[in-house]
Write a protein that binds this ligand. Structure first.
Ligand code: HAM
Length: 423
C-alpha cells in the first residue's frame, strides 16, 4: 500500500477548516498593519540558500531537498522564506518603492529533518518581512504582530525569548573571547563541551552538568559586548515592548538556525509543544539583501509554523458548515429540476447540495439528515401525484428541524428557505 512519504501528512477537511481560519487571522492582523501578500516559487536556485541561509548551517548542510533540473542547474525546495523574498525584492527593484516594503506570506516549506511531533519534512509557515527600515519600531511592531497572531490562533502560555546578536564583527570578537575563556577553564568543563570548544563554543551555555554550568555563570555574554549603537537599538526595542505590555525573557544564548541575523532576534516557545517548542521566530537581517547582491537594505521579519500553532492551540475544528438545502430526487423525471434548483440556491447564497448517488428516497433523506441539511426539497414527485407537467413544477419541501413538510413549487423553494433561515 502506498502511503504519504515520511514526514509529510494529509490535510483532511476538518484540518483544512482550522488552517483556513488561521490564514484569515493572518490576513486580517497583518493586513491591518499594511503588510501585503507575496508568493514566491516552491523551488529556487540552490545557491540562494547556500549564500542566504549560510553554508555552515544545519539547514544547508543536511536538510535541503536539492535536485538537478535536467539542464545542469541545481535547484532546492525552499527550506525557508526570507532568502526567496529578498531575492524577489532585488529582482523586482522593490527598493524603488516607498520603504519599508511590508510583505506577508503563507506556504509550504521543506526540510529533510528527522520527523517527530511538530517537526515535518513538508510544513507550512506564515511569515512577515519588513524590508527597508532599520528602526527599533519595526522590530517591536513585528513581534507584537506575531504575538497577536498567536493569540488569535488560540496559542496560550507562550514565552517570548529575546536577544540581540549585534553585528557579525562583534560576534566574531565575542566568539574569540568565549573560546579563550573556555580554554582557560577547560579542566572544569564536561568532556563533551571541552572537545567542542572551537567548533561550537556557544553550545557550552546549554550544558547541564554542574561543572560546565558553574563556569558558564561567569562566562562573557554577547549582550554585554554589543557596540553602542546596537545596544541602543536593542534598548529601544525592549522599551517599546515594555510599553506594549509584551513580556519577554532576555535569552543571551538564543541561537537561531540561520546565519543572516543581525541585532534583534526572538522566538516564541510554547510549553504545549514538547521538544519542538518553537512556534515562531525571527529577527533582523540587515546584511542579507546586500549579501544577495542587492543595495544595502536593513530588514526584519519572522515566520511561524502553521502546524505548530494548531498543535499548541489544540482547539477543536470549527463547527461543520451548515447545509441549507439538500435536493432529493423522487424519480429520474426530476433530474433537471434538481440540478437547476441546487444551482439557483447557491447563487442565492445558500449552501446547497443535490443527490449525487443513486439512493432510494429513504436513503436520500437519511443522507440529508447525516450531513445536517436544514431543508430537503424532494423533486420529481409530480407524476405520482398526478400534477400536469408536474415533474418540473411540484416540489415537496421538508424542514428537517421541525419535521414539517409541504408541497410547493420550485420557484418558491429558495424564498421560503431564505425567510426560514434569515427571518
Ligand atoms: P525558523 O525558526 O527556521 O525561521 O522557522 C520558523 C518556524 O517554522 C519555526 O518556529 C517552526 O514553527 C516552523 N518550522 C521550522 N521547521 C519546521 C519543521 N521541520 N516542521 C514544522 N515546523 C517547522 C525561519 O524560517 C526564518 N525564515 C524566519 C524569519 C523570517 N526570520 C526573518 N524573517
Amino acid at each position: 500500500m502506498i502511503q504519504a512519504p515520511k514526514g509529510t501528512f494529509d490535510v483532511l477537511p476538518e484540518d483544512a477548516a482550522r488552517r483556513e481560519l488561521l490564514e484569515g487571522h493572518a490576513r486580517k492582523i497583518l493586513g491591518a498593519a499594511g503588510y501585503r501578500r507575496i508568493e514566491t516559487p516552491t523551488f529556487e536556485a540552490t545557491e540562494l540558500f547556500a549564500r542566504g541561509v549560510g553554508e555552515a548551517t544545519d539547514i544547508v548542510q543536511k536538510e535541503m531537498y536539492t535536485f538537478d533540473d535536467g539542464a545542469g542547474r541545481s535547484l532546492t525546495l525552499r527550506p525557508e522564506g526570507t532568502a526567496p523574498i529578498c531575492r524577489a525584492y532585488i529582482e523586482h527593484g522593490m527598493h524603488k518603492l516607498p520603504q519599508p516594503v511590508k510583505l506577508w506570506y503563507l506556504g509550504r516549506y521543506y526540510r529533510a529533518e528527522a520527523p517527530q511531533r511538530g517537526r515535518y519534512r513538508q510544513f507550512s509557515q506564515v511569515g512577515a518581512e519588513a524590508i527597508g527600515s532599520a528602526t527599533p519600531e519595526t522590530d517591536a511592531e513585528l513581534i507584537v504582530l506575531l504575538a497577536d497572531l498567536l493569540e488569535a490562533g488560540g496559542v496560550r502560555r507562550t514565552r517570548l525569548h529575546l536577544s540581540s546578536l549585534g553585528t557579525p564583527e562583534t560576534r566574531a570578537e565575542y566568539r574569540a573571547e568565549l573560546v579563550a575563556y573556555l580554554r582557560a577553564h577547560e579542566s572544569l568543563l564536561s568532556d563533551e563541551v571541552a572537545t567542542r570548544i572551537d567548533l561550537s563554543p556557544l553550545r557550552a551555555f546549554d550544558a547541564t552538568d554542574a561543572g560546565t554550568r558553574e563556569v558558564m555563570q561567569a562566562a562573557p555574554k554577547l549582550l554585554d559586548r554589543l557596540a553602542a549603537e546596537d545596544a541602543q537599538h536593542f534598548a529601544a526595542v525592549r522599551a517599546l515592548l515594555d510599553d506594549a505590555g509584551v513580556s519577554y525573557e532576555l535569552d543571551p544564548t538564543l541561537v537561531r538556525g540561520l546565519d543572516y541575523y543581525t541585532r534583534t532576534v526572538f522566538e516564541f516557545a510554547s510549553d504545549a509543544l514538547g521538544a519542538q517548542s518553537g512556534v515562531g521566530g525571527g529577527g533582523r537581517y540587515d546584511r542579507l539583501i546586500e549579501q544577495l547582491d542587492g543595495p544595502p537594505t536593513p530588514a526584519s521579519g519572522w515566520a511561524a509554523g502553521i502546524e505548530r500553532i494548531l498543535l499548541a492551540a489544540g482547539a477543536p475544528p470549527p463547527a461543520a458548515e451548515l447545509v441549507d438545502l439538500f435536493v432529493a430526487l423522487a424519480s429520474p423525471d426530476g433530474r433537471r429540476t434538481a440540478f437547476e434548483l441546487s444551482r439557483a440556491a447557491r447563487r442565492a447564497g445558500l449552501q446547497a447540495q443535490q443527490e449525487l448517488g443513486n439512493r432510494s428516497l429513504k436513503g436520500q433523506l437519511r443522507h440529508a439528515d447525516r450531513i445536517g441539511a436544514r431543508y430537503v426539497a424532494i423533486v420529481g414527485d409530480g407524476a405520482s401525484k398526478g400534477v400536469a407537467g408536474g415533474a418540473a413544477g411540484l416540489v415537496s419541501l421538508k424542514n428537517m428541524e421541525s419535521g414539517e413538510q409541504r408541497d410547493t413549487t420550485a420557484d418558491e423553494v429558495i424564498p421560503t428557505i431564505l425567510r426560514g433561515i434569515r427571518p
